[in-house]
Design a protein around this ligand. Structure first.
Ligand code: SAH
Ligand code: DHB
Ligand code: MG
Length: 222
């Protein structure tokens, strides 16, 4: 594995395909200043999320795992003026940094940050009849991925896209005896995805500035 080359190629792709983006750079800087871990999606991955949401015509987006809102900005930018993105975050400090980033990017009116354990927020969203969402981005605590998948389907409609980050984790997911609950959670998630009667799914491995990992893509069947 040559992470140096992956980083160089990521930089080349980003410099070649993505215009300079001060809003995005400022958000990353604000996150770093606040001491948040740099576990956001990479710029070229964020743009990929943005493009998939646009291709799908997403008007209502659900994100599980906000951090400082870097992926949130990419996704919210895909929305029409009357669209909505609801993002769920456990840590009030992360949520506050994200809220400031939404204000600075002018996206605050489109984005609703709900603070607390995502499972509780999801129950509330369901009780409020907040669904269905057109696009779900799953990127929070990995042990709960199977639970989040059930909620994503519950809050979906036929055609809803469910995109999930970090499904490969340096290849650890092929080790069925791995003791890490994040690895076991991701394995249980992938098995659930593969066996789900209402979902059509695939996953791809990725390398780049964020290391060796992967995305799973699913669509809710008609
Ligand atoms: N989507 C972000 C990165 C999210 S990192 C981006 O790409 O920019 C994962 C986030 O999930 C962290 O901020 C973490 O605090 C949050 N998280 C962890 N456990 C959670 C839970 N039970 N409910 C909601 N959020 C949780
Ligand atoms: C971690 C979480 C993420 O969502 C990610 O993209 C990378 C790392 C983590 O918890 O370590
Ligand atoms: Mg992630």
């Amino acid at each position: 594995m040559d992470q140096g080359l992956w980083i160089t190629v990521d930089r080349y792709l980003t410099d070649t395909l993505l215009p300079p983006d001060y809003q995005m750079e400022n958000a990353l800087e604000a996150n770093a200043c606040a001491g948040l871990p740099a576990i956001d999606v990479a710029p070229n991955q964020g743009k990929m999320l943005n493009l998939i949401a646009r291709v799908q015509g997403s008007r209502r987006i659900l994100e599980i795992g906000t951090l400082g809102g870097y992926s949130t900005i990419w996704l919210a930018r895909a929305l029409p003026a009357d669209g909505k993105l609801i993002t769920l975050e456990l840590d009030p400090k992360h949520a506050a940094v994200a809220q400031a980033n939404m204000q600075r990017t002018g996206l605050a009116s489109l984005v609703d940050i709900r603070v607390g354990p995502a499972v509780e927020s999801l129950e509330k969203l369901h009780a409020e009849n907040s669904g269905p969402f057109d696009f779900v981005f799953l990127d929070a605590d990995k042990p709960n991925y199977p639970v989040y998948l059930d909620w994503a389907v519950k809050l979906s409609r036929p055609g809803t896209v469910i995109l999930t980050d970090n499904v490969v984790r340096d290849g650890a997911i092929v080790d069925k005896n791995n003791k890490d609950e994040r690895v076991q959670g991701t394995r249980a998630f992938l098995e659930k995805l593969g066996n789900h009667p209402r979902l059509d799914a695939t996953a791809i491995q990725t390398v780049g500035s964020k290391g060796y990992d992967g995305f799973a893509l699913a669509v809710v069947k008609p």
